[in-house]
Ligand binder design. Sequence first.
Ligand SMILES: Cc1ncc(COP(=O)(O)O)c(C=O)c1O
Length: 227
Amino acid sequence: MVVLNSPHNPTGSVLSPKDLDEIATLLRDREIFVLSDEIYSKILYEGVHESIATRPGMVEKTILLDGFSKTYAMTGWRLGYGVMNPTLAKHVARLATNVYSCATSFVQRAGIAALGGSQEPILAMVREFHRRRDEIVAGLCAIPGLTCQKPAGAFYVFPSIKALNLKSADAERMFLEEAGVAVLSGTAFGPRGEGYIRLSYANSIENIRKALRRIGALVGSQVRAAR
Ligand SMILES: Cc1ncc(COP(=O)(O)O)c(C=O)c1O
């Protein structure tokens, strides 16, 4: 199985249409499933979301995962879904029924209300995330010792802290204990995350600015101490 996640947690990166074409070409004639986690499909700042399932020959072998946590800010409601071929769906349904006995009935009603109601709040939410993304990326890039790519989707940034000469797990602890800012070590996502931290900007602009000021002060003292 190949696992895809676009827009991506933790980097916020998005697979291009060409990436999807090339991945589909590689997988089309092979007995390999694709688990495509598209939970951030609506939180996109440029272009249009595309699923690998739209590529020729891919729909049968794609397991598309989505849910209500991000698009409808219903994280605590624990409602999600998968779209897959009917043969596989039968097995997954058996597993779901026996493992967690289905989604709560009133939460299913909430899901219907979310899907059937106005979708305008999603656009407003994404506009606000866009503003926060621009603010946090500019703020992090202005701090000497940090570099940060501009993500195209989701609500995370994944700056490099390599210039700080710190293990990511130590940076995570230091940011929390000395600056009061909760970040995640890049290594929480695997060994290739070393040298990076993840920040979520699912927070107010005021708190993001406060966090940037505190990170700036902490990193400044760290850089001076390393000299
Ligand atoms: C890529 C990705 N997939 C799935 C999820 C799961 O969301 P939930 O369990 O709230 O539906 C998350 C949550 O952070 C995520 O980042």
